[in-house]
Design a protein around this ligand. Structure first.
Ligand code: XMP
Length: 518
């Protein structure tokens, strides 16, 4: 749908391919990531990229059947940048030689120094005579393809930076997209500049384009938007309302798994502040009834997803036959869902939003945020005038407290969890930490523990507290609260919430943990 100058990232399965996209978006360059096995010659022709980046990846070009791009990547006449595995692919395809890693693998920090000959990609890059970069490769280039020369070396990588100036092919062994290559963004900036990108990807332009696309998709049809009160669905709703006004009805499903006071806040924001038609569907009895006795997390998500759709479909009929369901699906949801091995079995994680949409659904999806990262959604929200208090809210999962209550869900546990979570978040706000944290929440653990309170013995629930920092929810680190904060918070929770006698703080990063406990 986009009219912007486009860059294509061909993904070979690196853990950090998404970071390439993020760096480029920060440079106001529109790009899309597509797995190598979805990129055919015809796809390339239609996509018409102004430049192509070949990502890193875990495979070895020395293996039979190694992932390769279509041959026409190198005859399009546009600049191509190969990163790590992408460099090896380039050499392999263009007549160079790659050798297996035995003994020459290199992981971690390295320093690259320039060769004598200048290169447009490196314009202003070697400020201090050498640059720190992040290496992570097993195999290495042993002989350059014809036309290529070396423009930067490190002690362990004689071909750290290589290029064929005439064809504007660039290939680097390190990862410019990661934070450990501190000036990597500058290098990517040089690449898009030499490819002629003018930085035309702005939020204002995106908003106008998205509104046009929504009108085109929906025509005079009716749309219902599943509202969770989180940033994504709120921004989607306001954007769609701007596009089609009264054709939109928001349905806020209270599944009985919301936090304290959440339903009231959402209703007042949309109905009173925005005057957007809103159905507040209190379906807590339906959801909690179906979840009774269910402790498997996947079953919880599937049950909740199925009921969400039933409820949406019911309201689609009641609102005069809506044919569209709008969701706040984000780009990482879309990308994460495309399996590396590809093929027909790819799973689309637009489902993630409501915990698993059924395969067959009578409603067509409207997903105006599917090209955006979370922080971009926040800037779009600002562009649309949403209050800062809403834009800055921590993400909250579609299945709500169900996945913060490991094991069986009971109304007693939910009640304790709601009150404890409210105290925890209040503590975080009081200490001015809310905006530093990506997401913080309490979870009620599936165990009882012995305590001593007053002169008596208690046998109550234990609570887990989680707070993480993250850029996009894909990776995360636990937030390093002070001991004072933790003990003050634990004391407050135990004093103020009956039923809890012990508090744990989760110090696991993602990976290996996930953000939610289930
Ligand atoms: P995990 O736990 O996978 O979470 O590290 C990453 C982010 O996604 C949210 N999350 C969900 N959101 N439906 C959602 O709408 C889900 O089933 C779901 N599971 C996790 C989580 O809160 C975090 O922001």
């Amino acid at each position: 749908m986009t009219q912007h100058q486009r860059l294509l990232i061909i993904d070979f399965g690196s853990q950090v391919t998404q970071l390439i996209a993020r760096r480029l978006r920060e440079l106001n360059v529109y790009c899309e990531i597509h797995p190598f096995n979805h990129v055919s010659d015809a796809f390339l022709r239609d996509f018409a990229p102004r430049a192509v980046i070949l990502s890193g990846g875990p495979a070895s070009v020395c293996d039979a059947g190694a992932p390769m791009p279509p041959a026409s990547v190198f005859t399009l006449g546009v600049p191509v940048l190969g990163i790590c595995y992408g460099q090896q692919v380039m050499m392999h395809c263009l007549g160079g030689r790659v050798e297996r890693g035995e003994g020459s693998a290199e992981f971690g920090r390295a320093h690259v120094t320039p060769a004598d000959d200048p290169l447009d990609l490196l314009e202003g890059w070697f400020e201090s005579g050498r640059e720190q970069v992040w290496m992570s490769h097993g195999d290495h280039v042993a002989a350059l393809a014809p036309g290529f020369a070396v423009y930067g070396t490190s002690p362990g990588a004689p071909f750290a930076i290589t290029a064929d100036k005439a064809r504007r092919f660039y290939a680097v062994q390190f990862h410019p997209e990661v934070h450990h290559t501190p000036r990597g963004a500058r290098l990517l900036g040089n690449f898009v500049a030499l490819a002629g990108f003018t930085g035309d990807w702005t939020m204002g332009a995106y908003r106008d384009e998205a509104i046009r696309a929504i009108r085109e998709q929906v025509g005079d049809g009716k749309v219902i938007c599943g509202l969770s009160g989180g940033v994504d669905s709120s921004v989607a709703a306001v954007l769609i309302h701007e596009a089609i006004g009264e054709q939109l009805t928001c349905v806020f499903v209270d599944h009985g798994l919301l936090r304290l006071g959440e339903a009231e806040q959402v209703v007042s924001m949309f109905r009173d502040h925005y005057n957007i038609p809103l159905v507040h569907a209190d379906e807590s009895a339906l959801f909690l009834g179906a979840l009774e006795g269910v402790s498997d997390p996947e079953k919880k998500r599937k049950t909740i997803g199925r009921l969400f759709i039933d409820v949406f479909q019911k309201h689609a009929t009641e609102t005069g036959g809506a044919e569209f369901l709008a969701q706040g699906t984000l780009y990482p949801d879309v990308i994460e869902s495309v399996s590396f091995s590809g093929g027909p079995s790819v799973t689309i994680k637009s489902h993630h939003n409501v915990g698993g949409l059924p395969e067959k659904m009578g409603l067509k999806l409207v997903e105006p945020l599917r090209e955006l990262f979370k922080d971009e959604v926040r800037s779009l929200g600002r562009e649309l005038g949403l209050p800062e208090s809403f834009i800055g809210r921590h993400p909250f999962p579609g299945p709500g407290l169900a996945i913060r209550c490991p094991g069986e869900i009971t109304s007693e546990k939910l009640d304790i969890l709601r009150r404890a979570d409210a105290v925890y978040i209040d503590q975080i706000r009081k200490h001015g930490l809310y905006d530093e944290i990506w997401q913080a929440f309490a979870a009620i653990l599936p165990m009882r523990t012995v305590g001593v309170m007053g002169d008596g013995r208690s046998y109550d629930y234990a609570l887990g507290l989680r707070a993480v920092t993250s850029v996009d929810g894909m990776t995360a680190d636990y937030y390093p609260f002070s001991h004072e904060f933790l003990s003050e918070t634990a004391t407050r929770i135990i004093n103020e919430v009956r039923g809890v006698n012990r508090v744990f703080y989760d110090v696991t990063s993602k990976p290996p943990g996930t953000i939610e406990l289930e």
